[in-house]
Design a protein around this ligand. Structure first.
Ligand code: C2O
Ligand code: CU
Length: 568
């Protein structure tokens, strides 16, 4: 056997990897569709760079998670299995759903537990995402890699001639960056990473066909904002905001995207030569202090190699046109009926405070809303069901923020600095709040009232949120009858002992169940079932033999009745 060609080949590939190895193929997350979704959250590791592997966490994988496809009108059932070594939560960012299903800081999922929220999808076609939301641990768990995209489809979007082939001409791009310590562990000494990651891929490149492509871009940073554009300054077209499609495409050459925001764009590659390439870049050089990532330093508490500089996000290689290519930009998209200031019957204000004990320019202490640090036990606002409210959030502080509210999509009606850009004229759930600015939005708080479980509003920059720049609101149904004299119904579990499923029989057949939690004899939570559908029973076939406790919360009185059963 002649080893020489092999040896030369090896040398050649080493040469190539050292000179041209800067690109890795962009990972496109796997997809899950249907109406039942199994999500397994796990600690794992990734070989990001030479040397040690990096400890990460992933959902059904090693970093980040699958893209979930939901159809408007479907009822989706989630089996969220926490196999991490820590408590977590899983929040469906942008989703309109009952507060008890929302996955905020109150719906903690202990290690080893399965949480089973479900809801009817009513959002319009849009790009949402899911991520942990455990109070004071959000930054840590996001940094480890937990999260994923949700693509919602509906009939109005399906009727449009826009790119829709996932991974081919419809590309999810989750933008973030990370820093590594000497052992290759992630570090967040600074919330601004030194190395760009797109869908968890370092130095990514992607082949995109010579036609219109749709990029669904999510800023999943811990703190940095992006001023997005292309290396040849080409015009591109914003077709969607956080909550869905715009009325018509908006042409831009730059668009700012802050933490938690999504933007859908169409980019025309029809005039590019096959084999040519260009880059998606961040044009972050020279942005004013207060735009996250504009800080000058490369090291220390807010330093990063990517701060206040232009840098490459994604290398794009132009490939051959595909069959069924989209080659024209639609003149119009969908017909939105937006709320206006005149629709609002309640006005509220929120002000970003604190964070500046040493005066402007001394960052690093927590920001609060209205001098009130977030407290899990304090409800900050009560909103009456079906009310249209107008919220004005003011930031006369030292630094910009990324404001997000749960439950609803809103319409930004004004910015004190000037006109609201056309590219953020659609339904939003997150927006950038610069220094010395007030932003006003309107929203209707419909469908889901719950006296016990609140929804959150907060800054989506993870250190700010964990530090207490968050509040919570209850949606209150003024027409609900407070039946305080309603006796708690009793129930029995059968069969008992059980081997496969347990069923419930209620003394009051009208009893509504708010929550069922099943714990084992040493108190470990096995299942958390918000508003469970109990008629088909609960599967206990995988439980080890032993004694278990069912804690059932009554919807009306919120009283808990505990019963025991034996698994044989
Ligand atoms: Cu993306 Cu309160 O979250
Ligand atoms: Cu903030």
């Amino acid at each position: 056997m002649n080893l020489k060609p092999l040896f030369t080949g090896l040398l050649f590939s080493i040469f190539c990897t050292t000179t041209h190895a800067q690109y890795n193929t962009l990972w496109i997350p796997d997809t899950l569709s249907g109406t039942t979704f199994n999500l397994n959250m796990r600690d794992t590791f990734v070989q990001f760079r030479t040397g040690n592997q990096t400890i990460t966490a992933g959902i059904n994988g090693a970093f980040w998670g699958p893209t979930l496809f939901f159809n408007q009108g479907d009822s989706v059932h989630m089996n969220v299995h926490n196999l991490l070594n820590d408590t977590t939560t899983l929040h469906w960012h942008g989703m309109h759903l009952p507060a008890v299903m929302d996955g905020g800081p109150h719906q903690t999922i202990p290690t080893g537990t399965i949480w089973q929220p479900y809801w009817k999808v009513t959002n319009n076609a849009s790009t949402l995402w899911y991520h942990p939301h455990l109070h004071m641990k959000t930054e840590q768990q996001l940094m480890e890699g937990l999260g994923g995209f949700i693509f919602i489809r509906d009939a109005a979007e399906a009727a449009l001639a826009i790119p829709r082939k996932y991974g081919i001409d419809d590309i999810p791009l989750a933008l973030t960056s990370r820093s590594f310590d000497a052992n290759n562990a992630f570090t967040n000494v600074s919330p601004y990473g030194d190395y760009m990651l797109v869908n968890g891929t370092m130095n990514p490149q992607v082949s995109l066909p010579k036609q219109f492509v749709r990029l669904r871009i999510l800023n999943v940073e811990l703190e940095r904002g992006y001023n997005l554009g292309f290396s040849d300054n080409r015009t591109f077209y914003v077709i969607g905001n956080d909550g869905g499609l715009l009325d018509a495409p908006v042409s831009v050459t730059r668009v700012k995207l802050n933490v938690g925001e999504r933007i859908e764009i169409m980019v025309d590659l029809g005039s590019d030569a096959v084999g040519s390439s260009f880059d998606l870049e961040a044009y972050n050089a020279g942005l004013p202090f207060g735009f996250p990532g504009s800080e000058p330093g490369t090291t220390g508490a807010f330093g990063s190699l990517l701060n206040n500089t232009n840098f490459k996000i994604l290398h794009i290689n132009v490939a051959a046109t595909t069959t069924g290519a989209i080659t024209t930009l639609p003149a119009s998209l969908i017909t939105n009926t937006y709320l206006t200031a005149a629709d609002a019957t309640v006005s509220r204000t929120l002000t970003v405070t604190d964070g500046t004990p040493g005066g402007p320019g001394s960052p690093g202490t927590p920001f609060y809303f209205d001098h009130t640090p977030f407290a899990l036990g304090t409800i900050n606002k009560t909103i009456n069901l079906n009310t249209v409210e107008k919220w004005t959030v003011t930031n006369n502080n030292v630094f910009g923020h990324s404001f997000h509210i749960h439950d609803i999509e809103f319409k930004i009606i004004s910015r004190s600095s000037g006109a609201v850009s056309n590219y953020e004229s659609g339904w939003k759930d997150t927006y950038f709040l610069p220094v010395n600015e007030s932003v006003t939005f309107v929203a209707r708080f419909n469908d889901y009232a719950d006296e016990l479980h609140p929804f959150m509003y907060h800054c989506h920059m993870a250190p700010h949120e964990d530090g207490g720049l968050m509040g919570q609101f209850i949606v209150h149904d003024v027409n609900s009858v407070d039946e305080t004299n309603n006796a708690v119904g009793d129930y029995t579990i059968f069969p008992n002992p059980a081997s496969t499923r347990i069923y419930f029989s209620f003394t009051d057949p009208a009893m509504q169940v708010y929550y069922v939690t099943i714990t084992n004899s040493i108190g470990r939570t096995m299942y958390m079932l918000p508003r469970p559908q109990l008629a088909p029973g609960i599967d206990v076939s995988k439980f080890a033999p032993g004694i278990y406790f069912v804690q059932l919360t009554d919807e009306l009185t919120k009283k808990v009745i505990t019963k025991k059963f034996v698994k044989e």
